[in-house]
Design a binder for this molecule. Structure first.
Ligand SMILES: *Cc1c(COP(=O)(O)O)cnc(C)c1O
Length: 376
């Protein structure tokens, strides 16, 4: 008997996406054109504010920073517990990522750590909506308002989530989403910047097309601009019509994808709630949060690799989100303070499989196996 593999995460693609991509190929117009415009409009309706689509979530963060005039030597407060993408987006602009600590409850940016890290050079704060939510959002927003900082959310995990009953992206600041293959919705690769601030969006629209002014609207009308003006460093970070075609179909089925993710996370939580403080997890309200990952913290775990190997033998893939950035060669020089919570929780983190194609029986099997292996 071959073991069934339960993947940690995966793209969930149906015939709709396949035929949408075929139709782009048949049209023989693959670049940024009418489909990107349609996807942007659909996202804009979804969020109720302006949207600019780009080639990745990383590009979204970088362009959101640049459009906010964050650059060379400016300091950006960011949790160390995030994907390297957030850090690389900052250093790409010559700005300085200042690694901050997280709050133990949801593993998101800790307001106390922000206060400690503030200097005259601080220009922006990037909270990461880890696993789909953000704790203390009001404190973090107030902190950035009081200190005149740009609030740029890395909301790569949080597409469709609400915080305090407000859809993430619709509210304060600039929010950056990722549509990479395994996120809550995908466009293959891709991402977007969402904000009420029209100036930021206009600047992003130029920056994503090598800084060529006004090029976005030309491409949407199927034209090409021959007389150009460029006033600053731009990047080739636009989205293609192939990507947008996938994204449009994913957005149409988002309610289904969302409900399944929420139901699976609720089921995980119901099975694990009796573990007391042996196994803990963020107490998200899964009627609001659309979880991208399901992370548990196993108190005092010393044999994580051993547990992961045993789970793997049963076909269960697991992950670790994330190896802290302040321990990486390229970023460790940016560390200003110890990050005791990040360092403590890192060894206890384990991410369990979560994606819309997992069944409730799978979740039961995963939890039973985990409990068996933890017991020894
Ligand atoms: C996925 C992800 C990103 C980057 O998105 P890409 O589309 O892969 O570039 C950034 N931050 C976090 C926390 C992510 O999970």
């Amino acid at each position: 008997m071959t073991t069934k593999i339960i993947r940690l995460s995966k793209s969930c693609i149906g015939p709709e996406e396949v035929s949408a991509v075929s139709s782009v190929l048949n049209d023989e117009f693959l670049g940024m054109g009418p489909r990107v415009k349609v996807f942007e409009q659909a996202l804009s309706n979804f969020f109720g504010v302006g949207v600019s689509c780009v080639s990745s979530g990383t590009a979204a963060v970088q362009l959101a920073l640049q459009a906010s005039s964050v650059g060379e030597g400016d300091e950006v407060l960011v949790p160390s517990l995030t994907y390297v993408a957030t850090f690389q987006a900052i250093t790409a602009l010559g700005a300085i990522p200042v690694p901050c600590d997280v709050d133990e409850s949801w593993l998101t940016l800790c307001p106390k750590s922000l206060n400690k890290s503030l200097t005259k050079k601080t220009k922006a704060v990037i909270p990461v909506y880890y696993s789909g939510g953000i704790h203390n959002i009001d404190e973090i927003i107030n902190f950035s308002k009081e200190n005149n900082l740009h609030y740029i959310a890395d909301a790569a995990h949080a597409f469709g989530s609400s915080e305090k009953k407000e859809l993430i992206g619709s509210g304060y600041g600039v929010s950056c989403f990722s549509f990479d293959g395994i996120k809550n919705i995908t466009s293959g690769e891709g991402g977007c910047i969402v904000t009420q601030d029209k100036k930021i969006l206009d600047r992003v629209n130029d920056l994503r097309l090598l800084g060529v002014m006004g090029d976005s609207s030309r491409r949407f009308s199927g034209e090409r601009q021959w007389a150009l003006e460029v006033k600053e460093q731009g990047w080739r970070y636009h989205m293609s019509d192939i990507m947008a075609a996938i994204g449009i179909e994913q957005l149409k089925k988002f309610n289904k994808l969302k409900e399944k993710r929420q139901a699976l996370a609720k089921y995980y939580a119901s099975l694990l709630i009796n573990m007391g403080d042996k196994i803990t997890f963020a107490a998200h309200d899964y009627d609001d949060v659309v979880p991208h990952i399901f992370v548990v913290r196993i108190k005092g775990m010393q044999n994580r690799e051993n547990i992961r190997d045993k789970l793997k033998e049963r076909g269960i893939q697991t992950g670790i989100h994330y190896y802290p950035n302040h321990r990486l060669e390229y970023f460790k020089g940016f560390l200003r303070f110890e990050l005791p919570v990040t360092d403590k929780v890192y060894d206890e983190l384990l991410t369990l499989p979560l994606h819309p194609d997992i069944s409730f029986e799978d979740v039961k099997f995963i939890v039973d196996s985990l409990l068996e292996f933890i017991a020894g």
